[in-house]
Write a protein that binds this ligand. Structure first.
Ligand code: ZN
Ligand code: ZN
Length: 123
């Protein structure tokens, strides 16, 4: 592949914005890729900035998921205890109700923790 702007010169890479092959004299090196000099630089910088911002938002939402996940599990534990003691006391419908509530909190809580952990580890 040759440079899009100089058809005689071999391209050394592809512009991150317009996907054209570009030669060393047309390429402007940026943080994580190259762009056509004075044509695509600002667009690629914008893409980089958006990407960095998304990354931060992901980390923040993962942290929120960890807190919510633990809160749900902490609520589920006493409900499990209540349902167990009600079952022992023969209040079966009350025990069942609390057990359903506990499961309803425990599983989403666990799922949130797993999800957030996966997001954090990917980074
Ligand atoms: Zn370009
Ligand atoms: Zn060129």
């Amino acid at each position: 592949m040759n440079c899009f702007y100089h058809s005689e010169t071999p391209a050394v890479g592809i512009c991150k914005n317009c996907n054209r092959g570009i030669c060393p004299s047309c390429a402007s090196e940026l943080d994580n890729g190259i762009a056509c000099k004075s044509r695509c630089e600002s667009a690629v910088l914008l893409i980089n900035e958006l990407f960095a911002r998304n990354h931060k938002v992901y980390e923040k939402s993962a942290a929120v998921h960890v807190v919510l996940g633990w809160a749900m599990i902490l609520f589920a534990v006493p409900l499990t205890v209540i349902s167990a003691s009600s079952a022992i006391n023969g209040k079966l419908s009350f025990a069942l109700m609390n057990l359903i509530l506990a499961a309803g909190l425990f599983f989403p809580g666990y799922a949130m923790l797993r999800y957030a952990k996966g997001l954090i580890q990917k980074n």
